[in-house]
Design a protein. Structure first.
Length: 78
């Protein structure tokens, strides 16, 4: 079993600075859309869920173009 090793915030900030701005923006949009998707519960919020799903899909298209070995995390995104 693998034990996750905590990464210091300074390392994450350095990695985020090396990312192109459009990638950092996509990470933030995706994290925000995932959070908002979880808030849209019930049949009254079907349209809101569809909007968040489209935002997640657009962000995933951008993130798919970036070769990354680990998940992209930008502080302040979630």
């Amino acid at each position: 079993m693998l034990t996750p090793i905590p990464v210091p915030d300074a390392v994450i900030v350095l990695k985020a600075r090396l990312l192109p701005q459009y990638v950092a923006d996509a990470v933030r949009v995706q994290a925000d859309a995932v959070r908002r998707y979880g808030l849209a519960r019930g049949p009254l919020y079907a349209e809101a869920r569809a909007v968040q799903e489209s935002r997640i899909a657009r962000a995933n298209k951008v993130l798919a173009t970036v070769p990354a070995r680990q998940p992209l995390v930008v502080r302040g995104a979630a």
